[in-house]
Design a protein. Structure first.
Length: 93
C-alpha cells in the first residue's frame, strides 16, 4: 500500500474502500443480522478466511437462536470469528 510521509513525519496511506454486505450469521446461541464490510475486489470467503479473531459488524440485530425474538440492537458489534456456524448474504436465503 503506497504511503507518503510529510516533513513532520505524519504518515498518509491510501484509503481502502469497503462495501457493506447484509448478512445473517448463526452462532451456537444467537442469530445475528447486520452488515459486514469487505473490499469490493474480495469475496466474502476471503473476508472470513483472512479476518482477525474478531470481525467488525455494523447495524446489528441479535436474536435468539431461532431468529424469532430480538434481544439487542447495536450500531457496532465485534463478533468472534470462531463462534460462526454459518453465514449467508441477505437476498440469497
Amino acid at each position: 500500500m503506497p504511503q507518503e510521509i510529510d516533513d513532520k513525519g505524519k504518515i498518509f496511506t491510501e484509503v481502502v474502500h469497503k462495501e457493506p454486505i447484509q448478512v445473517t450469521i448463526q452462532t451456537r446461541t444467537n442469530r445475528i443480522r447486520g452488515n459486514l464490510h469487505k473490499r469490493s475486489d474480495n469475496r466474502m470467503i476471503d473476508k472470513l478466511n483472512h479476518a482477525e479473531a474478531f470481525i467488525p459488524m455494523t447495524d446489528v440485530v441479535v436474536m435468539d437462536v431461532d431468529g424469532k425474538v430480538e434481544l439487542l440492537r447495536s450500531d457496532f458489534l465485534a463478533l468472534n470469528r470462531s463462534e460462526i456456524i454459518w453465514l449467508v448474504e441477505l437476498g440469497e436465503e
